[in-house]
Ligand binder design. Sequence first.
Ligand code: ZN
Length: 240
Amino acid sequence: MIKKIWIPAVILFVTLTIIALDGVRIQSASNSQLSNSAAMPRNYIIDAGHGGADGGAVAGDVIESDINLDVALKLDSLMALFGYQTVMTRDTPDIDYPDDATTLRKMKNADSRARRALIQSTPNAVLISIHQNKYKSPKANGTRVFYAVYDGSKNFADRVTTTLNQAISAQKTYTSMPIDKDIYLMKQTNCPAILVECGFISNPTERELLQTSEYQIKIAAGIMSGVTTADAPDNISETT
Ligand SMILES: [Zn+2]
């Protein structure tokens, strides 16, 4: 059972810390395995969805890939602060494509292959992919966590669903769902994997919130709180 006091405390602490650090990323040298007692620590792969030539969903002048990166960077700083080992699939808006990637499709394919290779070559990995949602109705709102078929993914997604909704005081909550099997990055994943839709950029109110540091920190803290309750291998591997 997650104590509700934990998440507000984390958000306050993280907000103060991030303000103090002024956005400086805490290097992994500070990783001291504060909360991971496993003999072989997990490597959390933080994936900022889209990027480079692929902006993802667009609403007005708001581009999904930018918000994904902002949230992913905050999650990365936060997890490093708490002693977790993290790897980012990208930490800038741009992506280096191979010379033969001459069309958007080729660029996206090359990028997807590179991310998948990173995931598959990272030992003891857990994937957290960050995305924003879009829907034709501007009223659609809220977060949704999807999970891969790999053992432990659903359990992890359920934990993050709970802690994320608490962190943002969600009015509307959705249960976790299996991820679309056509999403390349999630195909044949060899590790527990979730995809977090942090909110709807098609909803004007949520779009404004999603662009603020305060809300992005809440989302990052909410996701990480799910990790802290699931980081022990026995927990993340349990199937429910
Ligand atoms: Zn997306």
